[in-house]
Design a binder for this molecule. Sequence first.
Ligand code: ZN
Length: 371
Amino acid sequence: MSEKRDYYEVLGLSKNATATEIKKAYRKLALKYHPDKNEGDTAAEDKFKEAAEAYEILSNAEKKQRYDQFGHAGMSGGAGGFGGGMDMDDIFSQFGDIFGGGGGGGSFGGGRGRARVVRGTNLRVKMKLTLQEIAEGVHKKIKVNKLVNADGVTYKDCQTCNGTGRITRVAQTFLGAMQTQSACNVCQGAGKMIDKKPSGADAHGLIRKEEVIEIDIPAGVEDGMQLSVSGKGNAGPFNGISGDLIVVIEEKNDENLRRDGEHLHYDAYVNFVDAVLGESIEIPTVSGKAKIKIEPGTQSGKVLRLKGKGLPVLQGYGKGDLFVHINVWTPKKVSKEEKVILEKLRESENFKPSPDHHDKGFFHRMKDMFQ
Ligand code: ZN
């Protein structure tokens, strides 16, 4: 598949275009490149389809949000991609709300003899991910229970519309007097009805079946985000197009690392001897254990910032950081011998707190921490 153009660019709009502007821009392009005006011009047809696809996404609040967040990656998720999902029938069924009139998925222009393809519903699943999976991105197999076309279903033409799926009228439109066609309300525009179906199949000839779907989760996703796998939802009635599979991301709590956007935080505990003399300690990261050096004379509350040890920025460049918060651990019990040593240390001049500019406490650190 060739590189897709940005949907806003296709419609000649900026990212903060309003719904009205999006509709207006699409209307203009749809008229310009409409097949009725550009017969046999495949370049125009491509532009027509490209604009329709852009509008399909940007006019739908949920899809628009996903696109704004993930770009084209969010629209495909799996291997298939959105690309092939939209044919002329879909585009003409979109015109009902763009050009008004023609009620319920009406198309205009006449001459296209095929009935409408009915779209299946979207399927939603939740997916729990660990921080490690989020850090690297992950390939997942999801078992879903979805509606598929049952074997052995036979169809017959809808009697109301004689199999055309449409009911034709002549109406005044901004293009002049035109035939407008609206979807047949008996067959929802499919032009078909179920003739025979096996037991277990519903009124649309669909049956539930377990299926395994593979999806690539990009690195850096967050709790609550939604990814869409085009065409992997429920099957469309009458062999129509399938809906989408919507994958809702849930982040598992990590026992050690706390997430803050692309940054991570970790509480490290060291005993005060290590804090005084310095020591190397092991800490967990999203990519396994790492060793860090505690400098001699480290204060409790010191924050070490490990550049690039956080999470990747979704749709962006680089990685966040890992903040290691040093906590000096105070023993709750000591032996007699230890007490003797400690009492001796207490008298030492070196053990009297005298923080200098770098070693100040909580309020000082809050100011400096995220600089
Ligand atoms: Zn019908």
